[in-house]
Design a protein around this ligand. Structure first.
Ligand code: GSH
Length: 127
């Protein structure tokens, strides 16, 4: 029966991606100057993720809503990112946001709720 799980999981994943696409919000609009400043800050962030993971969809929705240009790395299919996440982040779980500070120190932030809260607090337009 195990052989049935993979295709079923794939179809469910595609449904999640489709619903996400149907219901996604419009990215926030900032002045060119303000967006440039945000882009500078998000240049030092990378999201390790799976395309079909619902928790990753949740974080990608926040990134889209806040118009954040954060590089995404496929930790399931790309062996380099998979290994980096496990060895440097500490565990094989996505989403994980890698944040490199100006002094070169690195934080690996796990948990979609924590990541979304961090991005919202840092980049919400009302702030
Ligand atoms: N509580 C976590 C759950 C994350 C989670 O369960 N991610 C799954 C993918 S959907 C995962 O990393 N699985 C690792 C694996 O497949 O071994 C969050 O909200 O970020």
């Amino acid at each position: 029966m195990g052989f049935i799980f993979k295709p079923v999981r794939w179809v469910l994943g595609q449904i999640i991606i489709f619903i996400d696409w149907l219901t996604r919000s419009k990215p926030v609009e900032r002045s060119a100057e303000a967006q440039k400043e945000i882009d500078k800050q998000t240049k030092d962030m990378v999201l390790y993720q799976f395309q079909q993971c619902p928790f990753c969809v949740k974080t990608r929705r926040t990134m889209r809503r806040l118009a954040l240009k954060i590089e995404k790395r496929d930790a399931r299919n790309d062996p380099q990112w998979n290994q980096e996440l496990i060895e440097e982040g500490g565990k094989y779980q996505v989403p994980c946001l890698k944040i490199t500070a100006d002094d070169g120190s690195v934080e690996w932030m796990y948990e979609s709720t924590a990541i979304n809260q961090y991005l919202d607090e840092k980049f919400s337009v009302s702030n």
